[in-house]
Design a binder for this molecule. Structure first.
Ligand SMILES: [Zn+2]
Length: 391
């Protein structure tokens, strides 16, 4: 063989490829030259660290006005898959995408539209075996002191409320169970929408016991603490009780609707939301809600007519100045109170620089032209919601 063709091939191979080839040969030689123990150590390492199934960007924890909460842990995807009833519909995201309307009128920020699969007569099929057992044990008298169980278990399994109150879900939701001790009556017991975080459940159980204590006189034995919607067993979008309306919030177990306290000697409190507002009795109830030792109250929504009535009835009560900032007008709250709590106990507002007025704008970008309450949104079919959402 003459050197002619060989040289010809060499000339054809670029300099870059030759350098690469040499580097590879050198690397292989160095690998073989590693001492045995170092080779063994290297072999025991995984090739790449396993990909943690963390949420994508939509899983970030955001506050009520959509700002990222620094250092907040985004839930893991497998956790969301287990708990969030809307996980698959969300495109396997932890938090539902928020709808942001581009129109000028009645703009909503941070709210979402319930899909048709959330529009059902009840959410009882979403109960966990643990929730079933808890209800059975309280009703059957096996759990005698609900409040002490809640206190024992509070926070033990970490966070329960994920994403925002408008687009989130609830883990290990605590059912509210009426007992003689808490005077609670559920507005719609067959709907399975009485699930809360342990902090909210603590607030409700404790407040119910305050009602029982305050109205212990037999002539007030019929006074009840009426609880409306809180959240579905695992949270998620809560479609309305009837008609094409649903809640915008109530997805994390941190929002609850309470009926007004109705106090009439010898009479049973109504089981329905009524507009009749006894300012004195309800100021007493509201004060207790603010003072509960389990959950800080971010805001209470109430119609402005009732707020005005409260203001007149509370003359001379120094608590009014402390709490009035956190009682905000919201249309469609003429027959109930809407309470929103934070992640733990504390003073009203939950943080030192609380801005309860922002809670109002959570669903609306601007205050003009508001005709709908933030609590009520229209249901849209699941197909192409962006095009079908009425602005
Ligand atoms: Zn509500």
């Amino acid at each position: 063989m003459t050197p002619g063709p060989f040289l010809h091939i060499l000339k054809k191979v670029s300099l870059k490829s030759t350098v690469l080839l040499l580097l590879l040969l050198f690397g292989a030689f160095m690998g073989m030259a590693l001492p045995h123990d170092a080779q063994a150590a290297r072999a025991s390492l995984p090739e790449f660290p396993p990909c943690a199934p963390v949420s994508d960007n939509s899983g970030d924890q955001r506050d009520g006005v959509g700002q990222l909460i620094p250092n907040a842990q985004a839930p893991r995807l497998d956790f969301c898959a287990e708990w969030n009833p809307e996980f698959a519909f969300n495109g396997h995201r932890c938090c539902s995408k928020v709808q942001r309307s581009k129109g000028r009128r009645r703009k909503r920020i941070g709210s979402k539209v319930c899909t048709m699969d959330r529009f059902k007569p009840n959410f009882c099929d979403e109960l966990t075996p643990e929730q079933h057992a808890f209800i059975k044990n309280v009703e059957g008298g096996k759990i005698k002191d609900v409040l002490s169980v809640i206190i024992q278990e509070m926070g033990k399994r970490g966070d329960q409320a994920f994403c925002t109150v408008n687009n989130g879900f609830l883990a290990w939701g605590r059912p509210i169970v009426p007992t003689a001790q808490n005077r609670i009556v559920l507005r719609a017991p067959d709907r399975c929408t009485q699930f809360a975080t342990d902090h909210m459940a603590g607030l409700i159980e404790w407040t119910g016991r305050q009602v029982a204590q305050e109205y212990s006189d037999p002539k007030y034995a019929g006074v009840r603490f009426l609880i409306g919607d809180i959240a579905a067993p695992r949270g998620g979008c809560l479609a309305g009780r009837s008609g094409p309306k649903g809640h915008a919030s109530h997805t994390t177990g941190q929002d609850a609707d309470f009926g007004f306290l109705s106090v009439r000697p010898g009479r049973e409190s109504p089981n329905a939301f009524i507009t009749d507002f006894d300012a004195k009795a309800n100021w007493w109830l509201i004060k207790n809600i603010f003072k509960n030792p389990f959950a800080c109250v971010k805001v209470i929504f109430l119609d402005k007519r009732h707020i005005r009535k409260l203001g007149k009835a509370v003359r001379g009560d120094e608590d009014w100045d402390k709490y009035k900032r956190f009682i905000r007008h919201m249309p469609s709250h003429r027959n109930h109170l809407h309470i929103r709590v934070g992640d733990g106990p504390g003073l009203p507002g939950c943080v030192a620089d609380a801005r309860p007025e922002d809670e109002l704008e959570e669903d609306f970008d601007g205050m003009e032209g508001i005709e709908e309450p933030m609590d009520l949104i229209e249901l849209a079919p699941p197909v192409e919601p962006a095009n079908n959402v009425p602005l």
